[in-house]
Design a protein around this ligand. Structure first.
Ligand code: HEM
Ligand code: HEM
Length: 469
């Protein structure tokens, strides 16, 4: 809450960061629990089949919306409540508004995710919340926008650091994009035109919400963790402006081989491939910043998560333009290759960016040292091995198996039989990832409750930066 008039406000409210972080942790504990049931259903289709709210159609949507809004986006708010005041060099515009936002946002999440389990949803991918939940959730989003961007605009700093540019882009674009997704396909342009719009929405949700906020966070935490400036500010702005300009244009690539006009699908190819150049500037900048400093990576857990995420981001954005070519599309489209790609981006890259951020800020917003270094170490390896060895690689390979089988005269059922061992591997990977992420959350919780005092240097730094624990 804002202190009485006359008393200076702390720059960062630890309580606000922690409250959002705990909701974000629930945002993976619950939807990933459902993901395990989902993954089991691929291996044993009748598993829990008689329970209506555990049907595939409901829990798949619960999983995707749960991780995108409950985990990634709520974690973004938590981390931004730490990062934006520090970038702006001043407290949040209003801490009271931020607490109201917390309740409205969470009410939107509960209504939306609850409705999905109850089978009440609209048919727009990643925007399945029904209208009432949409309105509440969108209100929470706008409240966060006003507070966070308002803090940036009220900053005494004359120049905006590149992270702030990305945050402004992410919030401003998503406010418009969310309205477009929820109104245009249903009310103004049903049919194929509406389908094209939902493709644009999906594309922008990952590319102009998750991407700019996550990329902005890397631009903030990489120099902080390495204690050296970013390699090139000019290059960072090239990446920013080209993303803003080119990214929205390729949305039709989510609906290849669908009833949308063929010219639109063909045009989507060059407009997507050009994104590789955009991403290359960003990756080059990060790698050049890391140059000569890789030796720090193994011993620093936050940096380790960040570096692993950067490699995954590089892989995602190399894979993306490659699988856009029609020669590759005709093999991988509709296969598990795409599911692996989606997880490489959202789990391999952006979940790791968030874990890096939490690893860095948690001692600073609790004043405590991490409860267990062993648990932190196990969490990293469980998620990393679970994902790459048992999930990403097998599903990518499965995508090729499915694609080539579908082009052969073999019956479709053959591809399902061949897929079972790969899907079983995903289930094992899922258990490891789930265990690792729960260990991470438990470690943070126990740090707050029972961790030893953080080292004096960390406490002094937090105090000097105006963090109220
Ligand atoms: C330059 C980088 C990227 C390019 C060119 C690209 C391209 C694509 C293409 C063409 C598809 C559709 C594949 C198909 O259905 O056959 C796709 C799917 C997907 N991409 Fe990417 N991608 C890139 C980066 C990312 C990033 C950074 C994210 C997450 C933030 C992401 C998330 C997804 C998701 C979730 C899907 C699945 C969508 C669905 O099933 O409806 N991609 N991507
Ligand atoms: C325990 C770990 C996880 C497991 C076992 C898992 C499992 C699954 C399964 C079985 C599907 C349905 C695939 C299909 O319909 O063919 C799916 C889809 C999806 N999951 Fe996960 N998931 C996990 C973690 C995550 C995380 C952490 C995120 C994001 C942060 C995520 C985002 C998504 C998305 C966006 C899709 C839709 C992909 C598409 O349509 O192409 N998942 N997941």
């Amino acid at each position: 809450m804002n202190p009485p008039a006359g008393e200076p406000r702390p720059v960062v409210s630890g309580a606000l960061v922690r409250a959002h972080a705990y909701v974000a942790f629930l945002g993976f504990v619950i939807p990933l629990g459902f993901a395990l049931i989902l993954a089991a259903k691929f291996v044993w289709p009748d598993f829990l089949g008689s329970v209506p709210w555990l049907q595939f159609g409901r829990i798949r949507v619960f999983h995707t919306n749960g991780v995108i809004y409950g985990w990634l986006s709520t974690a973004f708010l938590s981390i931004l409540y730490y990062v934006i005041p520090k970038l702006a060099g001043r407290p949040l515009l209003s801490e009271r508004l931020a607490w109201w936002t917390f309740w409205v946002w969470n009410l939107g999440l509960v209504l939306g995710l609850g409705a999905i389990l109850a089978g009440q949803m609209q048919g727009i991918e990643y925007a399945e919340f029904p209208p009432l939940a949409d309105v509440v959730f969108a209100a929470g989003f706008v409240m966060a926008l006003v507070n966070l961007l308002g803090t940036i605009f009220a900053s005494p700093e004359k120049q905006l650091y590149v992270s702030s540019w990305y945050f402004i882009l992410g919030f401003a674009f998503t406010a418009l994009n969310y309205v477009m997704a929820n109104i245009v396909p249903t009310f103004l342009a049903p049919g194929a035109a509406g389908a094209a719009i939902t493709g644009l929405w999906i594309h922008n949700a990952v590319g102009l919400w998750i991407t700019p906020i996550g990329v902005g966070l890397v631009y903030f935490f990489l120099p902080v963790l390495l204690k050296r400036p970013i390699y090139s500010h000019a290059l960072s702005l090239v990446g920013f402006w080209t993303l803003s300009f080119f990214y929205p244009l390729g949305g039709a690539h989510h609906f290849f081989f669908s009833p949308i006009p063929w010219w639109l699908q063909v045009l989507a190819v060059p407009l997507t491939v050009v994104l590789f150049a955009v991403v290359a500037t960003v990756i080059y900048n990060w790698l050049a910043t890391l140059k000569g400093e890789w030796k720090q990576v193994p011993g620093n857990m936050a940096l380790r998560y960040l570096a692993t995420g950067i490699i995954a981001y590089f892989a995602t954005c190399t894979q993306g333009p490659f699988h856009t070519f029609f020669s590759v599309q005709k093999v991988i489209h509709f296969t598990d290759w795409v599911v692996a790609h989606a997880h490489l981006a959202l789990l391999g890259a952006f979940t790791y960016f968030n874990l890096a951020a939490f690893t860095y800020i948690w001692p600073r917003v609790t004043g405590k040292e991490f409860y267990s270094k062993k648990l932190a170490e196990s969490a990293y390896w469980m998620v990393t091995i679970g994902f790459y060895v048992f999930y990403f690689l097998p599903l990518t390979a499965l995508g090729l198996v499915e694609g080539y089988l579908w082009m052969s005269p073999a019956p479709f059922a053959e591809s399902v039989i061949q897929a079972i061992p790969f899907w079983f591997s995903r289930l094992i990977g899922g258990v490891l990832i789930y265990g690792g992420l729960c260990a991470f959350a438990y470690n943070c919780w126990m740090t707050h409750r029972a961790g030893a005092r953080a080292p004096a240097a960390v406490l002094e730094e937090a105090e000097a930066a105006g963090v109220a624990i």
